[in-house]
Structures are given as structure tokens and as C-alpha cells.
Write a protein that binds this ligand. Structure first.
Ligand code: AHR
Length: 309
């Protein structure tokens, strides 16, 4: 599948048009967080008066690579890439570099030996999110718990970082044990499916669910309820994102805690794009990490009305 682009122009995107043409290659549209992220980038581009060309990879790197290649051929001014996985981007980014197209990496990180392939990275501190989830859990359980982990999609930087950050903290809490860890692909339906299987296998041994995002936690909540158990009471649940649906679940007493991962990254991304277009790329930091908050069930009702996504 070649992802759809939002506007059709000929081979050189800037010909006869002074409006900067920015391409945004998104991972997919698989959950509330992702959709809020897409909207934030689109809105920020519109606020800057840019012509935004959008493609989403339907959760496949292959599709994102095709979109990148297409935008390079179109000769857009800047490419913003939210990479589904960390590795495998060098060839595509090398082609952008050869064509003189600067690239901003947004949301998820890439691994490369050649840091000159992108101008700047902007995203959440997903390693710290994993640490915060573990710190909260250590406090809540006084350092003793049997945990099942629902991971995001394999190879994605938030999956790797939330996995490592969590473990680096529980290392100091030997009573916290991860008894199972599986991918729920950052999806609600998959989170439910994986949790059903884990409940069948481990039953009442499971004391805690640590989900790498809220959507999977919400899927797990329905599996827990279907199994006749009370989420947030019989099984403690901590997840990441702090989307509106997580606040709904917390207010309903079904989710204990969510660590924020702010998807409203569009303004920062477009500020970076503006600097690049103004010839000030050198003034940008190589890495900008966005600060996150931790929200507990008890505070949820105070924040729910202000949650837009
Ligand atoms: O990269 C950020 C993560 O990706 C969010 O936590 C998740 O919900 C999304 O799919």
C-alpha cells in the first residue's frame, strides 16, 4: 500500500510556490494518542501557513519508507518523520540528504551511526516514563508485586525505553517480579487479547498490569472484567499516555495510574521546521525531550474536563 498524500503536486514541490511544503510521515492511526499527535502536527503546520503533505504508514515501516521516497522525489522543503521502529532508516534518509531535504525526527527515535542524517529529534522522554511507572508502582505496592507487562510494537523506541526504564527501577525492588511480558502492539484489541491469554495462564497470580500505553490497558481492563475480576482493585493497573479514555477509566475506578506522554508535539516540530527554513538549523538542539506528569486515579476528576484528546 502506498500511503495517500494530502496534496498532489508535480516533481518539484517548491516550483512557482513560495509556501513552504512540509511532508509529515506518521506511523499510523492505531489509537487515540496517535490521532491527537497527527492533529497537533497538522494544526501547527496550518498555523505556520505551511502546505502539509501527509502520509501514514498503517503501522508498517515499509509503507513509511515508500512515503519518504515519494516525498523526496517531490522535492519537499522539509520532512518530519515519526518512525515506527528505531532501525532501518539510513538509506531513505541518505536519499533525502543527497537531495538537500532536511529531516526532523518526531515522537519516536531512530538508531543510526550517521547523526547527520537528521537535523533534530523532538519527542517524549519514554525511558523516564518507564521509570516513573515503576517508581509509582514501587510506592503503591511497597515493593512487592507480580507484574504482567503489555509491550508496545517490537522495535519501537517507546517500547524499548519503557521496557528498560521500568526494569532499571525495579532492579532496586527485588520483590517486584515481571512474570510475563508480551507485545500488545499499542492497540486496544490486542491488549485485550493478550491479557485474556495471560489471565488463562497465570490466573490470580497476576497482581499488576504494566501497559506501555493506555489503549492496551483499556483492552486489559475489559479482559479482567470478563474474567470476573475488578480492575484496579483485584489487579493494579498502571499505563502510559494519559489520554482522555484513561481519565474516564480512572474516574470509573478501573485504572490506577497513567504516566503522561504528551502527543501535542506539533508546535515544537513546526518551530524547528521554521528555524530550518530560516537557515537556523544549527541553533537547534540535536535532541529535545518533552516533560511528562504522572496522574493517579484520585486526581483524575480534577483533570478530566481539560483533557482534549
Ligand atoms: O510513540 C508514542 C507511543 O506511540 C504512544 O505511547 C502510543 O500510544 C503510540 O502508539
Amino acid at each position: 500500500v502506498i500511503p495517500a498524500c494530502s496534496s498532489e503536486k508535480a516533481t518539484d514541490a517548491t516550483d512557482g510556490n513560495k509556501t513552504p511544503v512540509i511532508a509529515f510521515v506518521q506511523t499510523g492511526a492505531d489509537n487515540d494518542w496517535r490521532n491527537a499527535h497527527t492533529e497537533s502536527v497538522k494544526q501547527a503546520a496550518a498555523d505556520h501557513g505551511y502546505d502539509l503533505r501527509f502520509a501514514e504508514g498503517q503501522s508498517k515501516q515499509e509503507n513509511q519508507l515508500k512515503a519518504l521516497s515519494s516525498f523526496v522525489n517531490q522535492g519537499v522543503d522539509v520532512i518530519v518523520l515519526a518512525p515506527i521502529v528505531e532501525t532501518g532508516w539510513d538509506n531513505a534518509l541518505e536519499k533525502a540528504k543527497q537531495r538537500g531535504i532536511p529531516v526532523v525526527i518526531l515522537d519516536r527515535q531512530i538508531k543510526t551511526d550517521d547523526e547527520s542524517l537528521y537535523v533534530t529529534y523532538i519527542g517524549a522522554d519514554t525511558y523516564t516514563e518507564g521509570q516513573k511507572a515503576a517508581q509509582w508502582l514501587a510506592g503503591k505496592t511497597e515493593g512487592t508485586a507480580k507484574v504482567v507487562e503489555l509491550q508496545g510494537n517490537p522495535g519501537a523506541s517507546p517500547t524499548i525505553n519503557r521496557f528498560n526504564g521500568f526494569r532499571d527501577v525495579i532492579e532496586d525492588h527485588p520483590g517486584i517480579e515481571i512474570i510475563a511480558s508480551q507485545s500488545g502492539e499499542f492497540r486496544r484489541s490486542k491488549g485485550k487479547e493478550v491479557m485474556e491469554a495471560l489471565l488463562k495462564k497465570h490466573g490470580k497470580e497476576i497482581e499488576v498490569v504494566y501497559a506501555h500505553n493506555d489503549d492496551m490497558a483499556i483492552g486489559a481492563i475489559s479482559a479482567i472484567e470478563d474474567a470476573g475480576l475488578k480492575p484496579a482493585e483485584d489487579i493494579i493497573i498502571v499505563s502510559v499516555d494519559a489520554v482522555r479514555a484513561a481519565f474516564d477509566a480512572m474516574v470509573a475506578g478501573k485504572l490506577n495510574c497513567t504516566v503522561e506522554c504528551n502527543p501535542l508535539q506539533g508546535p515544537l516540530a513546526m518551530e524547528a521546521v521554521a528555524k530550518i527554513l530560516a537557515g537556523e538549523a544549527d541553533s537547534l538542539d540535536k535532541k529535545t525531550l518533552i516533560e511528562d506528569t504522572v496522574f493517579e486515579m484520585e486526581q483524575a476528576k480534577d483533570f478530566i474536563d481539560s483533557r482534549k484528546y
